[in-house]
Structure formats: structure tokens, C-alpha cells
Ligand binder design. Structure first.
Ligand code: BTN
Length: 244
């Protein structure tokens, strides 16, 4: 990954730019920006991407997998960020399924996966990763929810070092996943999950579901047990975890 690499000073959103070029660049192309003027989060939210303090990057992947398996790529990115934070900061962060990285109960990183596909084939997947690394202030409305690695650990690091570690880990897990399947990744997703074992509420396509998150299944879906004892597999959705 990252053999084909582009660095921008200012851009609206690395995911937007990635979309424009995705058809004409190889698998593993990486786009990094110092600042985003219209950074996007999931569910149409915006993502604050101040100049020079975070990692705002998008990775273009062209795996030969089914469109419904794309959720696994988000999970690969999530475990890669957790491993990289461990390597560089020596602290353990956790994954709020499927795509938020949480440290000390606050969010330090978000992942926005977007894809172009046909019925049974992926054209490309864009994995947008935003990590709050050295940022030292957040707008009032995000305080208590968002934080940075610097604010939590008191150490400032070279963003290049963390970026390289994320990409190295992602390359390793991406290859392992393509060769061995999600089974290989699943135990790590479970081990690093902050969601499993907790009461959650999910706004999913199926409607609102409340229950206890019990595991992540072989497809990468979150398994939720409702009060009535029914087990449901959720492929995607907006999850709120009680206590977070
Ligand atoms: C979320 O938590 O809602 C996802 C946030 C994803 C932010 C990253 S920053 C790089 C890439 N470009 C974007 O516009 N968004 C993603």
C-alpha cells in the first residue's frame, strides 16, 4: 500500500478526491492532506480536519471480493489503527463497531468507507481515515466526545510515523484477509471491541434495535441479543453504546 502516494496541502475531502481518480490508479493508492475544508464523516456528518494536526487520508483498494464483504475492509482499517496506536503510543485503544476508535471513552479516529460496485463485483473501495493526532482543541459541542492522541497521552508524535504504522499494519491485515478470509481477522476485532458485552442501541436499516452486543460473526456483522432473547445480525448502522 502507498507505493502510489499523493500528498495535498489543502483539499475539500480526500475521499472526494479519491473518488475522482479511483478508476485510473492502482490498488493501494494513498491520498493524504494536511487540511480538509469539507471533511466528511458518516451519515452525512462533517469531520473537522484542522491544518497539520491530524492524519486525513484515503486509501483506494480494489479487492476481488463481494460488495457485501466491504464492511470487513472497514474493520481491517480499524484494527490497523488500533495496532498502530499501540506501536507508537503504547496505549490500548478500542473499536466501537464498526468504525470508531475510542481512547479513554472518547473518539480519536473515525473511518468512512465508500464503494463503487456492480451487483457482484467491487470496482473500488475508498477507506477514509481521520485520526486526531496532535490536535489540541475541539469545538465546544464535541468536547466530551472527541479527543486527540496528544490530549490523552500528553505526547506529540511525528504524524508520518503513525501514518507509516497504520499503512504497514493495513497492508499486513489486508493481505492476510485476502488469503485467509475474515476468520483470521475476527478474533482481533472481537478482542479490540468496546461494543461487545454492552447494552447498545442501533439505528439500522431494519429499524431501531436495542439489546446486548454479544459477538461479531463470521461475516463481520454485529450480533445483538434483544430483551426477548432474539439474536440479530447487523451489517451496518449507527450504534450508540451505553456509557460512551
Ligand atoms: C466518521 O467517524 O464519521 C468518519 C470520519 C472519517 C474522516 C476521514 S478524514 C479522511 C477522509 N476524508 C473525508 O472527508 N473523510 C475521511
Amino acid at each position: 500500500l502507498g507505493k502510489y502516494y499523493m500528498h495535498k496541502l489543502v483539499i475539500d475531502s480526500t475521499n472526494n478526491f479519491a473518488k475522482e481518480i479511483a478508476s485510473n490508479v492502482p490498488d493501494g493508492t494513498v491520498i493524504i492532506a494536511e487540511e480538509q475544508t469539507a471533511g466528511r464523516g458518516r451519515l452525512g456528518r462533517s469531520w473537522i480536519s484542522q491544518k497539520g494536526c491530524g492524519i486525513w487520508m484515503s486509501i483506494i483498494l480494489k479487492p476481488n471480493i463481494q460488495p457485501k464483504e466491504a464492511i470487513n475492509l472497514t474493520q481491517l482499517a480499524a484494527i490497523s489503527v488500533v495496532k498502530a496506536i499501540e506501536e507508537v503510543f503504547h496505549v490500548e485503544s478500542k473499536i466501537k463497531w464498526p468504525n470508531d476508535i475510542i481512547l479513554n471513552n472518547k473518539k480519536v479516529c473515525g473511518i468512512l468507507t465508500e464503494m463503487s460496485s456492480e451487483i457482484d463485483k467491487i470496482n473500488y473501495v475508498i477507506i477514509g481515515i481521520g485520526v486526531n493526532v496532535n490536535c489540541d482543541n475541539f469545538p465546544e459541542e464535541l468536547k466530551g466526545k472527541a479527543t486527540s492522541l496528544y490530549l490523552e497521552t500528553n505526547s506529540k508524535v511525528d504524524r508520518k510515523k503513525l501514518t507509516a504504522s497504520i499503512l504497514n499494519n493495513l497492508e499486513f491485515y489486508y493481505n492476510a484477509y485476502l488469503q485467509k478470509g475474515f476468520e483470521y481477522i475476527r478474533p482481533i476485532c472481537i478482542e479490540k471491541s468496546i461494543t461487545i458485552g454492552r447494552q447498545i442501541k442501533v439505528i439500522a436499516n431494519e429499524g431501531e434495535i436495542e439489546g446486548k452486543a454479544v459477538t461479531i460473526d463470521n461475516n463481520g456483522s454485529l450480533v445483538v441479543e434483544t430483551k426477548e432473547g432474539k439474536r440479530l445480525s447487523i451489517m451496518s448502522g449507527d450504534v450508540s453504546v451505553r456509557g460512551l
